[in-house]
Design a protein around this ligand. Structure first.
Ligand code: PLP
Length: 403
């Protein structure tokens, strides 16, 4: 049987593990199985491998390896940063500021803290999904202990002015955390230049394995433990290390650093950015009632997200899948839920527009041919979906009457 064609355009949901990542992990899934806490050679080799991965991540972020703490993924890193700082500093203040477009790992941690007596302020975003730093300045209070703003949005790709926001938080004596799960490995990040105190990341968004992440904790920042048990991660995160995954994460970070350095040397927009812009341009000019969501230029290099009025995002996804195209509607975590995306609502879009949201996210491996195929199929699929839409038929009728 002929193999079904696959065009993978859902890299914000997860990425394909790089071959070199899988290769690096394999020995730790087979013969190198020692527990890194052991004192014999089989174990100490694993401890060394974990620390090498810590150095590979530190090199990607421009920090000291002792500032990297491994976790089970972006969700745990976000929970730990917010709840850990809240518990550590509750005597100082109980006010936390975040944004209205954060991932649920942040928003639901905030809901939990609210129940524990913390007050949360949510910064609005403009129609491009970007925060105005003046809004943060106004929201800061004497009892604000933490500001948490995501580096780049997972649905619409907009990038926030993190260094500027961080400076404002620090001027008022608050700490700054950023959920950089979507940004690490995609764009150059130097934590020292940014000035952030805490930064969350996740391996599976940069061609590493799933179920492993890390939290950067700036030297000197005190943070309550989130998991209680053994003395792993220098007593700050208990639990036997997931050595194969951590090794894979380290390799993925090394590969990302090499790729970003190569791209910086070339100077111009990367091939991924060029393809993203080509896709955006063709969709906006060749498909009627299409709208780009997120900032036009200040966005992740692989993110092209749209709303197609008079369609249902979920129905489009099924039709895309039949053509071998993997995409998502809004965030993968909210797909399946009937609620309109909180991100698209926050940028001011009404439900009749957000209903037809589609997110296409490229990787550095996406090809021109894949994008051309996707555009041609999208044109057919959207026309087909609209031919079944009563709202679309009514709109066409109204137009015809006016002519
Ligand atoms: N934060 C953001 C911005 C994300 O996009 C995601 C995953 O989609 C997460 C956090 C959660 O990361 P993980 O899947 O590693 O738990």
């Amino acid at each position: 049987m002929e193999k079904k064609r696959l065009v993978y355009l859902d890299n914000a949901a997860t990425t394909k593990p790089a071959a070199a990542v899988v290769e690096a992990m394999l020995p730790f899934l087979t013969e190198e199985y020692g527990n890194p806490s052991g004192l014999y050679e089989l174990a100490t080799g694993n401890k060394k491998a974990v620390n090498q991965a810590r150095r590979q991540l530190a090199a990607l972020l421009g920090c000291d390896h002792r500032e990297i703490f491994f976790t089970s993924g972006g969700t745990e890193s976000d929970n730990w940063a917010l709840i850990g700082i809240a518990e550590q500093l509750e005597e100082k203040g109980r006010h936390i500021i975040t944004s209205s477009i954060e991932h649920h790992a942040i928003l639901h941690s905030c809901d939990y803290l609210k129940k524990r007596g913390f007050e949360i302020s949510y910064l609005p975003v403009d129609e491009d999904g970007v925060i105005d730093p003046m809004k943060l300045k106004k929201a800061m209070r004497e009892d604000t202990i933490l500001v948490s703003v995501m580096y780049a949005n997972n649905e619409i790709g907009s990038i926030q002015p993190i260094a500027e926001l961080c400076k404002i938080a620090h001027e008022k004596g608050a700490l700054f955390h950023t959920d950089a799960v979507q940004a690490v490995g995609q764009i150059p990040i130097d934590v020292k230049t940014l000035g952030v105190d805490l930064l969350s990341m996740s391996a599976h968004k940069l061609h590493g394995p799933k179920g492993v992440g890390a939290l950067y904790i700036k030297e000197g920042i005190k943070l309550a433990s989130f998991q209680h048990g053994g003395a792993q991660e220098r007593g700050r995160r208990a639990g036997t290390e997931n050595v194969p995954a951590i090794v894979g994460f380290g390799k993925a970070a090394e590969l990302a650093k090499e790729r970003l350095a190569e791209e910086m040397k070339l100077g111009d927009a990367t091939e991924q950015q060029r393809l993203r812009d080509y896709l955006i341009r063709r969709v906006l000019t060749e498909i009627p009632y299409a709208r780009l969501t997120g900032h036009r230029t200040q966005r992740l290099p692989g993110n092209a997200s749209f709303c197609f009025q008079f369609t249902e995002g979920e129905a489009l996804l099924i039709l895309f899948d039949m053509e071998g195209i993997c995409a998502s509607s809004g965030s993968a975590c909210t797909t399946g839920s009937r609620e309109p995306s909180h991100v698209l609502t926050a940028i001011g879009l009404p439900p009749e527009v957000t209903r037809g949201s589609i997110r296409l996210t490229l990787s550095h491996e996406t090809t021109q041919e894949e994008i051309d195929y996707t555009i041609e199929k999208m044109k057919e699929i959207i026309a087909k979906a609209r031919s079944l839409s009563q709202d679309y038929a009514d709109m066409v009728k109204r137009w015809k009457k006016r002519l």
